[in-house]
Design a protein around this ligand. Structure first.
Ligand code: SF4
Length: 75
């Protein structure tokens, strides 16, 4: 089961592919060169967090599925 609910802010995504490089089984670029989620449980949770942290514009927002707590971005 997925640990995170993953949202992508399409306005913020600059299409640099970083998330796909880190977690290729979770993220993919769509035909507008914006990241999409293909499988929220595609990679290990730590890898998905790392992918979100690699995003230069903090376009990837993670919530814990069980608690609905926002995990990333912090603050
Ligand atoms: S790392 Fe961020 S900016 Fe880069 S493709 Fe993924 S969501 Fe878009």
């Amino acid at each position: 089961m997925a640990k995170y609910k993953i949202e992508i802010d399409r306005e913020a995504c600059i299409g640099d592919n970083a998330c796909c490089d880190v977690a290729p089984a979770t993220f993919e670029m769509d035909d507008e060169s914006i990241a999409i989620v293909t499988d929220a449980a595609g990679d290990e949770a730590d890898t998905i967090l790392e992918a979100a942290q690699s995003c230069p514009t903090e376009a990837i927002i993670l919530h814990d599925v069980e608690t609905d707590e926002k995990v990333w971005p912090e603050g």
